[in-house]
Every structure is written in structure tokens, then in C-alpha cells.
Design a protein around this ligand. Structure first.
Ligand code: NAP
Ligand code: MG
Length: 500
């Protein structure tokens, strides 16, 4: 039997006990992985292992897929009504509400994001997301299509079957909610792999799924390494659709595995190098605050992070000075201290990657304007960092850093800025700051990005689609758009009175 992680939090923001099962969850039961091996779970504030989860294997993925198939064909999918699924999903959201502090504390411990932001953003948004999709469960409608008076023709949006979902470590619970929401609403059965860097909220959430009363096999969770369990999901012949959030490199592997196996449907939510454009008629005070939130929120570990900040030459000096002052006020440290805005990066690997980018910026001749240092003697803390005097081909201008590092670039005219902003292999998000509505919107329409924020940043709503142009991904999550990822359209043609 898998062990349970028991922990007493005694922090300024949360005091209480939590218990998290550490196994795999297959067919409604907690089990060990087939090889009985474990994976260390590390606290990013000190780099130390604080618990171990069961490690899944491809054999466990097979068992989980079989359980999901059985559930789909007997007690889920077309055997349920939308209303049944909606009630279960609302029950789950109720349980999340009751446990919101525990979820936020686990996210802070495991991921390093601050408790305050975890509760306000990750947990709150995950609950709203589940309620939003619970509302869709009984509104998955086909069409009646007029073809001829002699016929009745209609479409059905049927659940695709068993789906695989591979979740990253930057928003562990939120990415889980974005993925299970539309899958459960449409009636798909799920095999999920959380990131081994941040498995705790997914494991706790799985216990809530169990408590909510979802039939065994509807939701299965297999911990493990991406190259093993993730790969087994991506190439499984009985998984009909795979959803992945993570790096572009791994996104390619997922597509390749899908194409070499059963041509399963693929949705990918990948990297970004999003531009923030500040025109000379912007409200500078607001632009500074939103741009800082755009890059530094979640320690820069956001796929939509606004890591390239373009500022009109007329206000460049003023903006840079105020942006730097604001950056200095963002406190870095213990995620359980309510004064702190930023905690540690997720891992030694990510810490080293980010520091490597900071070194490359210096080596390639950019000016390290602010930050660039480690904070403290242990853990993976990095100061919010600003580079200036960059050239378009520098690595820090082109590549996703996935840390609290931005470049601030001066621009001259409106036409040139669109070309510069679009000079990226990515196209996830962008932001425009201007008080002139024509200028703001005509720029927004020319940007090659799945989301464009005007005079704001990082605002996400469960009913607004999110996803990428270019190499930032395939398909859209959230909103009504995400439902079609999980359904297949069937056209039924009924002959009323045409004789052969
Ligand atoms: P990653 O390698 O893309 O991993 C994301 C998830 O995919 C993890 O669960 C990973 O497991 C799994 N995975 C890895 N190889 C796989 C394979 N062959 N088949 C199926 N799944 C596989 O991301 P990372 O290494 O954690 O971070 C690297 C970079 O990815 C970051 O610097 C950032 O640029 C980007 N990233 C983007 C997002 C986003 O929101 N778009 C999120 C996270 C990371 P393992 O951890 O075991 O490899
Ligand atoms: Mg990884």
C-alpha cells in the first residue's frame, strides 16, 4: 500500500494538518507502481527531499487505460447524463472550496509559489474553472441540419473516450483544472500524469475526486517521469486524445508519438516570448505595474510571461526608471511570508538554466541593468532581473527563459514595433499599453498571438480561450472552444421517405 504524506503547517498564513496519499490512483484505488520504486519530492526553498511518491511505469499506464476504457463504456460517457456529470463536478468544486487553504499550502510547499498568490490565483481560478465546465456538462449540443424535406439530419458531439493529460509544474492545480474540466463535462475518462516536481496538489485533488463520488476508472492518476509515463501516454493505442502543457521540445515528441501510434488528437500549450508594448501615450504608472506583473508573476514561470518589454523612445527613460524602482520593491523569499511576492524557482535545473541565460546576456553584450543574483544561501531564489541595450538576435531576446528575467527595449515608430514584436517563433500572448483606442486595437489586431491584453496583463477567465499561434501550441484551452478538444462530431442522416 502506498504511504501518506502527513504534515503540520505552522506558518503565519496557514496552520493545520494535511494528509496526502502518495500512490497512483487507478480504478478508484490507491496503489503502488508496478516496480515499487519512488521519486523524491523536493522543497524548492531549500533543495531538500521531504517526501517520496510512487513511481508509475508503462505497465501502470496500461492498467489505468483499461480501467478508464471500462468506466467510459459502462458508467461514464454516454451512459451518464450531463446533469449527473455536472452534479459530481460541483461536488468536487465544493470540496475544493472547503480545502482551499490546504491546497494553497501544499502548492506553496511543493512549487514554491507564495501561499497568498496560490490561494488568490491558482486555487480560486481552479474552482471557478471546474464550476464553469460543470455548467457546460448538460449543454453539449449538436445541430439539426436542413438537407431535404425527406430527411432528418443532425449532429452529436460525442465524448472521444479515454484521454491522456500531461501537466506541468508551474501551475500544478490550475493546469489540472483546465484539463479535467472540459474532459469530465463532455464525458471522457482520464489518465493523468502530474509533474513529478509538483505532484502534491494533484494527489490531494485526486482524494477529493474520490470523495466527490466519481465512478472508479473515470479519473486515473499515474505519477512518473515524462520520458517514461508521459511517453507511454502519448503513444498508447487506446488513448484517443492527449493534452500536454510544457516545453516546445517535448510538445514535438508528443506529436511524434501520436502520429506513430494511433493518430490520437493532440492539443499542445507550449512556450512563449511574449511582447509587452508601451506606447508614449500610455498611463506610465499603470503600464509599469502591469508590465512588472506580466513578467514577474509566478517567478517568471508563466508560458505567457511578458519577457520582452518594448517602450516608446519618448518615455523610455521615465519608464525604465520607474519600472526598476517598482522591481526593487518586489520581495523575494519564504512563500509562507505574506510580505513576499516571489518564492524560489522550481528546481536546480531551472535555476541553472535561468542563470545560464543571465550569463549569456552579459557575454553577448547586453547591459545587466538590475538583479541577476542568487538570493540567500539555499534553495533556488533569483532576484527579478532587467536587461537593457540588447540586440534582436541575442539569446535573451529570442529564447524562453522561464524565470524572472526581462529585456527592456526602446522603439521608435508604430509600424516597426509590430514587426519587432512578431519577430519570434512563439505567439502565445502580447500586451499593448496606450490610451488611444485606435492605436491600441489596430496594434492588437496585427500581433500574432493567441491572447492580446490591452492595458492589463495575465488576466485569465475560464470562459475566455487561451492558446498559441506559431510554435506556442495547437488548439485552445478554456471557454467553449476547449469542449471540441474532447468531442467527436457524428452526423446522423435519417431517411424519412426517399425510396431507392
Ligand atoms: P517539459 O520537459 O516540457 O516537461 C513538461 C511535462 O512533460 C513533464 O511532466 C515532463 O515530465 C513531461 N515529459 C517530458 N518528456 C516527455 C515525453 N517524451 N513524453 C511525454 N511527456 C514528457 O518541461 P520542463 O523540463 O519541466 O521545463 C523545461 C521548459 O519547458 C521550461 O524552461 C519552459 O520553457 C517550458 N515549460 C513551459 C510550460 C508552459 O506552461 N507552457 C510549463 C513548464 C515548462 P518530466 O518532468 O519527467 O520530464
Ligand atoms: Mg522536466
Amino acid at each position: 500500500m502506498p504511504e501518506t504524506f502527513k504534515h503540520t503547517f505552522d506558518t503565519p498564513v496557514f496552520k493545520g494538518d494535511v494528509a496526502v496519499p502518495l500512490g497512483l490512483y487507478i480504478d478508484g484505488k490507491w496503489v503502488d507502481g508496478a516496480n515499487k520504486t519512488t521519486i523524491d519530492v523536493i522543497n524548492p526553498t531549500n533543495g531538500k527531499t521531504f517526501t517520496k511518491i510512487s513511481e508509475g511505469t508503462p505497465k501502470d499506464v496500461d492498467i489505468a487505460v483499461a480501467a478508464a476504457q471500462k468506466a467510459f463504456e459502462t458508467v461514464w460517457g454516454l451512459n451518464t447524463t450531463g446533469n449527473d456529470r455536472s452534479r459530481l463536478m460541483h461536488k468536487l468544486a465544493d470540496l475544493m472550496e472547503v480545502n482551499e487553504d490546504k491546497l494553497a499550502a501544499l502548492e506553496a510547499l511543493d512549487n514554491g509559489k507564495t501561499f497568498v498568490w496560490a490561494k488568490r490565483a491558482d486555487i480560486a481560478h481552479s474552482i471557478t474553472c471546474l464550476r464553469y465546465y460543470a455548467g457546460w456538462a448538460d449543454k453539449i449540443l449538436g445541430q439539426v441540419i436542413e438537407t431535404s424535406e425527406a430527411k432528418l439530419t443532425y449532429t452529436r458531439h460525442e465524448p472521444v473516450g479515454v484521454v491522456g493529460q500531461i501537466i506541468p509544474w508551474n501551475f500544478p492545480l490550475q493546469m489540472m483544472a483546465w484539463k479535467i474540466g472540459p474532459a469530465l463535462a463532455t464525458g471522457c475518462a482520464i489518465v493523468m500524469k502530474p509533474s513529478e516536481f509538483t505532484p502534491l496538489t494533484a494527489l490531494f485533488m485526486t482524494e477529493l475526486i474520490h470523495e466527490a463520488g466519481f465512478p472508479p476508472g473515470v479519473f486515473n492518476l499515474v505519477n512518473g517521469y515524462g520520458s517514461v509515463v508521459g511517453q507511454a501516454i502519448a503513444e498508447h493505442p487506446h488513448i484517443e486524445k492527449v493534452a500536454f502543457t510544457g516545453s516546445t521540445l517535448v510538445g514535438r515528441k508528443i506529436m511524434e508519438a501520436a502520429s506513430k501510434s494511433n493518430l490520437k488528437k493532440v492539443t499542445l500549450e507550449l512556450g512563449g516570448k511574449s511582447p509587452t508594448i508601451v506606447f508614449d501615450d500610455a498611463d506610465v504608472d499603470q503600464a509599469v505595474k502591469w508590465a512588472a506583473f506580466g513578467i514577474y508573476f509566478n517567478h517568471g514561470q508563466c508560458c505567457c510571461a511578458g519577457s520582452r518589454i518594448f517602450v516608446h523612445e519618448k518615455i523610455y527613460d521615465e519608464f525604465l526608471q520607474r519600472f526598476t524602482e517598482h522591481t526593487k520593491t518586489l520581495k523575494v523569499g519564504d512563500p509562507f511570508d505574506p510580505e513576499n511576492f516571489q518564492g524560489p524557482q522550481i528546481s536546480q535545473l531551472q535555476y541553472d538554466r535561468i542563470m545560464g541565460y543571465i550569463d549569456s546576456g552579459k557575454e553577448q553584450g547586453a547591459t545587466l541593468h538590475h538583479g541577476g543574483n542568487r538570493v540567500g544561501n539555499e534553495g533556488f531564489f533569483i532576484t527579478p532581473t532587467i536587461f537593457t541595450d540588447t540586440k534582436p538576435n541575442m539569446k535573451i531576446v529570442q529564447e524562453e527563459i522561464f524565470g524572472p528575467v526581462c529585456v527592456v527595449i526602446k522603439f521608435k515608430d508604430d509600424d516597426d514595433i509590430v514587426a519587432q514584436a512578431n519577430d519570434s517563433i512563439y505567439g502565445l500572448a502580447a500586451a499593448v499599453f496606450s490610451q488611444n483606442i485606435t492605436r491600441a486595437l489596430s496594434t492588437a489586431h496585427k500581433l500574432k498571438a493567441g491572447t492580446v491584453w490591452v492595458n492589463t496583463y495575465n488576466m485569465l477567465y475560464p470562459n475566455v480561450p487561451f492558446g498559441g499561434y506559431k510554435q506556442s501550441g495547437i488548439g485552445r484551452e478554456l471557454g467553449e472552444y476547449a469542449l471540441s478538444n474532447y468531442t467527436a462530431t457524428k452526423a446522423v442522416q435519417v431517411n424519412l421517405h426517399i425510396k431507392m
